[in-house]
Write a protein that binds this ligand. Sequence first.
Ligand code: PEP
Length: 256
Amino acid sequence: MAFRKKIIAGNWKMHKTATEARELTQDIIQELSDFNHAEIVLCPPYTALHVVGDLLSHAPNIRLGAQNVHYENQGAFTGEISPAMLRDMYVRYVIIGHSERRQYFGEDDALINRKLKAAIPAGLRPILCIGETLAQRQSQRWPEVLQSQIEGALEGISEKDLEELVIAYEPVWAIGTGHNATPAQAQEAHALIRKILQSLYNPEISKRIRIQYGGSVKPDNAQSLLAQPDIDGALVGGASLDARSFTSIVRSIPQN
Ligand code: PEP
């Protein structure tokens, strides 16, 4: 089996002022100073990227991420932030296609595809979020939903560019609800995602792509989720806002 380094990312969403972000980042850095057997990514809001990036420049084991990006590098797009602007701030990862962006800001697979195609050449590593709603899960349509989200987002993305990507399987019904997918449900979805990648690309690359689980990951469920063979990390929302709970999720990754 291909070795896939686990990756835990904290999505702070629209939480933490720059001042609060400084304090949280300092606490996380302190708690994880000796930790280097997985990748750790912090995704603060844009307004805190600078302060968090400055602190992370002294913490080589933790990377900076953003929560969104525009598909052009510059132009008349009031209120938007470009891939080049993020790279210039030493941002390495960027979340693209989060369900909240899809739900509240009308992002569809075609737009997400444009964002991926802009982010990767700029040197960003996208965390592409996909996942079904509760109605789609209950009506057993989740496999086709995942298939069409992946096909739409990855349209025209080369094999080489795919290597830059992390995929986050985030069932919408599990995000912020306290009801995580069971390890078996998540594993089943992750295995399907890998199968879809295999059919769109090839078996080798599908084994190398990291697939995170996201949706109510907490210190008490992280270990069983992360123990699944196709779960390569977690995208953590609520629990990433507290240094102790985030670092305890990170520490639940077995050292091998
Ligand atoms: C998320 O927003 O990506 C997320 C997974 O949130 P939570 O952990 O709060 O469910």
